[in-house]
Design a protein around this ligand. Structure first.
Ligand code: NAP
Length: 239
């Protein structure tokens, strides 16, 4: 039987690239996001069977029902990747709220459905895209950093929950540094910007190895180490 995966946030960037790689790896892929035309276009590029679902993660109750229905429509899935996210520099309050709704509430709503589905099934793999930004904020990305800390802690908690019960379920937390996607297009002040295909390849490698955690690209672990230990006065000068 073929392997099946759903990628939420597959219309662009990391999710789109990962969906392509999963298909090349033999997965039948379910593509979800709001921009259905982009998902259908991607579906035509992919050689394995694809399925499309319009899901807006901010409508949490509806999105949860839609994900459950999508899993059923595909005849069950082995892997769910949640890549949907927004990042807005110097956000207004409305944009802060949008960030919380997409990156935190929307993420938790669908991660929760995914893990309960896998627990019922007795197997499966959940992958969530957090960020290096989860480790420390900057003065212009407060809510993004906070939302990604939420993603990281939520995934860690889900992993503890399934591990404690001895279930054969895997949870992978991905912490990318900068990746060249529409999210970061035209932004200044970035360094070590990874091409999206390279970043997606490293995520797929971590998925295959069922890793608990991965920095993407790998050298971002050095930045992570520095961020974790840097005292506030220095963080303040860097920000
Ligand atoms: N690029 C980077 O440097 C970087 C670094 C660290 C972490 N990340 C994280 O990586 C993930 C992917 O980002 P990316 O760089 O690939 O950005 P992107 O190209 O802008 O893609 C974002 C994806 O999220 C989806 N999305 C946004 N709002 C949504 C909503 N309300 N409902 C459903 N889907 C929604 C978008 O689909 P629709 O608009 O079609 O709905 C799109 O597919 C994000 O979680 C981001 O925070 C990115």
């Amino acid at each position: 039987m073929s392997k099946r995966a759903i990628v939420i946030g597959a219309s662009s960037g990391l999710g789109k690239e990962l969906a392509k790689l999963l298909a090349r790896d033999g997965y039948e892929v379910g593509l979800a996001a709001r921009r259905v035309a982009l998902l259908e276009e991607l579906g035509r590029e992919i050689s394995t069977p694809t399925h499309v679902s319009r899901i807006d993660v901010t409508h949490t109750a509806e999105a949860r029902r839609q994900l459950e229905a999508f899993i059923g429509e595909m005849g069950g899935v082995d892997l769910i990747v949640i890549s949907s996210g927004v990042s807005i520099i110097d956000p207004t309050w409305d944009e802060e709220l949008q960030t919380i709704e997409v990156n935190a509430a929307g993420f938790a709503a669908l991660a929760n459905v995914s893990i309960h589905y896998f627990m019922e099934r007795g197997s499966g793999h959940l992958v969530g895209i957090s960020s290096i930004g989860a480790l420390r904020p900057t003065g212009t990305s407060t809510v993004y950093s906070a939302s990604k800390s939420f993603v990281s802690r939520y995934l860690e908690g889900l992993r503890l929950m399934v591990d404690k019960r001895g279930l054969g379920i895997h949870v992978t937390e991905v912490q990318p540094g900068y990746v060249a996607t529409p999210m970061t297009e035209g932004r200044g002040g970035m360094f070590w910007v990874a091409p999206v295909d390279e970043a997606a390849r490293q995520i797929l490698r971590a998925v295959r190895k069922r890793k608990r955690h991965v920095y993407v690209t790998r050298r971002w672990r050095l930045v992570a180490w520095a961020l974790k230990s840097v005292p506030y006065p220095i963080l303040s000068r860097m920000s």
